[in-house]
Design a protein around this ligand. Sequence first.
Ligand SMILES: [Fe+2]
Length: 220
Amino acid sequence: MQTTRRHFLGRGVVGLAAVAALGSLPSWAFAEELVRTPRQTEGPFYPDHLPLDTDNDLLIINDGITSAVGEVTHLTGKILDATGSPIRNALVEIWQCDANGAYLHSGTGNDERRDKNFQGFGRFMTGSTGEYLFRTIKPVPYPGRTPHIHYAVKLKGRDKWTTQLYIKGHSGNEKDGIWRGIKDEKQRDAVTVDFSPLSGAKAGELAAKFDIVMGQTPEL
Ligand SMILES: [Fe+2]
């Protein structure tokens, strides 16, 4: 498993280089095109007990030898302020149900079928590029909801900010009350992203990219 982890971290370095290149553009060059990421409900399943491991690899808990069930997804993006500048020291948290629809929460459905190898929750603190990186599974539907990944972004001196990420083209989106509740089409598009094959990776691994544009400037 150590090999897998190194491989995973190595990919992060490539991503950071790409972000550094983008950073050479002045922020006004693309500020007008930025769509603010809509804030969405935290929902009822933010973990009420944290996992033993809260790192950014949700597929392996601590030094476990068995990986979680699901379609492996490398989930990356940047935390940006409203002008397109990266936000550093943003604590990004994600949580989602496992491949059987169970959350890491005492009130979850399907608890008896919970995948014990899925971390269910992870954290990443951004550096100067604002980039975050997780390895997780492609989200699956559970009764009443289209597939989604929950996000919380915590900035110093600010209230917790939450949103949700969706799969572009998933037939469940149109029937989902929370997704439909985002009335601005551009904002809805901004939280609905491709999960596409990760180039150069093992067969079946996916990549998804989700930049979050906060409607505020953080206190630095
Ligand atoms: Fe949820």
